[in-house]
Design a binder for this molecule. Structure first.
Ligand code: CDV
Length: 313
């Protein structure tokens, strides 16, 4: 048996500060139309898809960053994206900066079904970077200044015939992200990212090193939870600041089934067999048979690493 969900990873090239939402939405619609022509059921866009990666900019007054946030979803500028998705009968996922009516700020991502209904929302849990201007860094990464940590956990939804979950960028480096969704039987994880090409803490880490860590994280999460993972970049040079590409789809055996090799707007389309996730889930990663939760307490009782538990025997 096979259940096919044809997914289009829709990488976006750079978005500059001067690019308005309308121009970005029209690029997203162009990719959506190509995705539909190539047979996709589901188009997946990056983290903070509607704007430049603004957490690189320091605003003394945090409210100045509010112009990068959406106060309604859909709002007047994003409505055309929802309308076109409904016309084309294509599901979608994208990330955006969310400002709630209560004044809370999140780095969020939504699942929108083929009727244009928001079926699920995720708010980024693992916020990287720092909250105050740091002159020691080659570039600023102020996610901790502009967002609060997500408060929705890592849910999985019955969506477009499969079990689908979301993560955002830095979340992909944390095994807990995948395992919490694995424990809900996830069959596809969609995640968008904006990853600087250079490490702000290290002048020796190369682009190859950074792409290696990206692939390693995504492939391990896919394999260890026997799930598809669709990882989508916002890439290229935004106002002089480089983000790497590396948009890829990893299968439930951890192997990469396709990867983009450029940093522009572009599509990676793959027919994902959701039933291919069964083999790993029923054998080596049959959680019910093999997990030993009595030994996993530190995962939730300790945040940073601490004293070793080893004792003389
Ligand atoms: N947007 C991100 O979360 N970026 C991080 C960088 C800062 C390491 C990432 O994990 O790619």
């Amino acid at each position: 048996m096979s259940r096919i969900l044809t997914v289009a990873a829709a990488q976006l090239g750079p978005i500059h500060q001067a690019d308005d939402r309308a121009s970005v939405v029209s690029r997203m619609i162009a990719l959506m139309e190509q995705a539909k022509m190539r047979g996709a059921d589901f188009v997946v866009y990056p983290e903070l898809a509607l704007t430049t990666f603004f957490p690189r900019w320091h605003y003394e007054d945090r409210a100045q960053a509010d112009r990068w946030f959406e106060t309604a979803m859909p709002g007047p500028q994003t409505q055309p994206l929802f309308d076109r998705a409904r016309e084309l009968q294509i599901a979608m996922n994208f990330g955006y900066a969310e400002l709630t009516p209560e004044g809370r700020h999140f780095n969020s991502s939504i699942l929108v079904d083929k009727t244009g209904r928001i079926a699920g929302k995720y708010r980024k849990v693992h916020l990287p970077g720092h909250a105050e201007y740091d002159p020691s860094r080659a570039h600023q990464h102020l996610e901790k200044r502009y967002f609060e940590p997500g408060d929705l956990g890592f849910p999985v939804w019955a969506f477009e015939g499969g079990l689908v979950g979301m993560a955002i960028c830095n979340d992909r480096r944390w095994p807990e992200t995948y395992r919490i969704m694995g424990l809900q039987g996830v069959e596809m994880i969609v995640l968008g990212y904006n990853t600087p090409t250079a490490n702000g803490h290290s002048s020796t880490e190369t682009l190859a090193d950074r792409l290696f860590h990206h692939r390693l994280s995504v492939q391990a999460g896919a394999y260890q939870n026997s799930t598809w993972v669709v990882a989508v970049a916002k890439a290229g040079v935004e106002d002089g600041h480089a983000l790497f590409g590396g948009t890829l789809i990893a299968g439930p055996d951890g192997k990469i089934v396709g990867e983009l090799d450029h940093e522009e707007d572009g599509l990676l389309v793959h027919a994902c067999d959701l039933d291919a996730t069964r083999f790993g889930k029923e054998t080596i990663f049959n959680f019910a048979a093999h997990r030993r939760v009595e030994h996993y307490g530190l995962i939730t009782s300790r945040t940073g690493s601490g004293a070793p538990l080893g004792r003389a025997v």
